[in-house]
Design a protein around this ligand. Structure first.
Ligand SMILES: C[S@@+](CC[C@H](N)C(=O)[O-])C[C@H]1O[C@@H](n2cnc3c(N)ncnc32)[C@H](O)[C@@H]1O
Length: 210
């Protein structure tokens, strides 16, 4: 999907019908997961594909001790996030270029953004470099796990353009070189026409000599 299409959606994002059935329920779960991981501790968090910064705003309110950074390649999404989250650091960058980043993060979160990456394997290689040793990576996405999900998602693609919604097996295959799966949560379906939404919590795969 092109940056221009995301720029277009940025101004309508908080009113999209998928907020109620997909984006918000994912955010609610991710917020709880992050609260549990951070447990009041000061940590660095990166929201990859942060969109217009709704999660960052809620995190700022619920976990004020976290040092937050939002990254997105859509200038308009980032602009809206910046307006919403005045004190948060923002980075305008394509996820494929993460090799340009040096800062390490204790928590990296990536919701509903992975299906649009050109080279997801490269993204995960970089995320493993950017995640601290005991850090956590949380990835949420609509997964094409069944024929039904694939049919629904082909309709979603009409609004997002090119996308690849991985099945669980494909996702695990994609990340297994760098990460181990610690938890998988499937967001409760709020509507029959919704695809399955999987949220994975991953830890870094340690070298057996470490
Ligand atoms: C569906 S929105 C999700 C926004 C937010 N994470 C959420 O859960 O509501 C997808 C976001 O990913 C961003 N995105 C897609 N491909 C990207 C890429 N290659 N690099 C950085 N951001 C990307 C888009 O600009 C958009 O803001």
């Amino acid at each position: 999907m092109s940056v221009k299409l995301w720029d277009f959606w940025a101004d309508h994002y908080s009113r999209l019908w998928v907020q109620k059935v997909s984006l918000r329920p994912t955010r609610e779960y991710v917020l709880r997961e992050i609260e549990e991981i951070a447990h009041g501790r000061k940590m660095l968090l990166l929201d990859l594909g942060c969109g217009p910064g709704e999660l960052l705003k809620e995190l700022g309110e619920k976990c004020p001790q976290l040092e937050l950074t939002g990254l997105d390649y859509s200038p308009r999404m980032l602009e809206i996030s910046q307006q919403r989250n005045g004190h948060t650091k923002h980075i305008l960058m394509d996820a494929t270029d993460l090799d340009k980043l040096e800062t390490m993060y204790d928590i990296i979160v990536c919701t509903h953004s992975l299906p649009y990456y050109r080279d997801p394997k490269k993204v995960f290689r970089n995320l493993s470099r950017l995640l601290t040793k005991k850090g956590r990576l949380i990835v949420g996405f609509a997964s094409g796990n069944s024929v039904y999900d694939k049919v629904v998602l082909s309709a979603v693609k009409l609004t997002t353009g090119k996308a690849n919604y991985p099945s669980d097996r494909e996702f695990v295959e994609m990340v297994k070189e760098y990460f181990q799966v610690l938890k998988l949560n499937v967001i409760n379906k709020r509507a029959f026409f919704m695809p399955r939404i999987a949220v994975y919590t991953l830890g870094k795969k340690m070298d057996s000599r470490e």
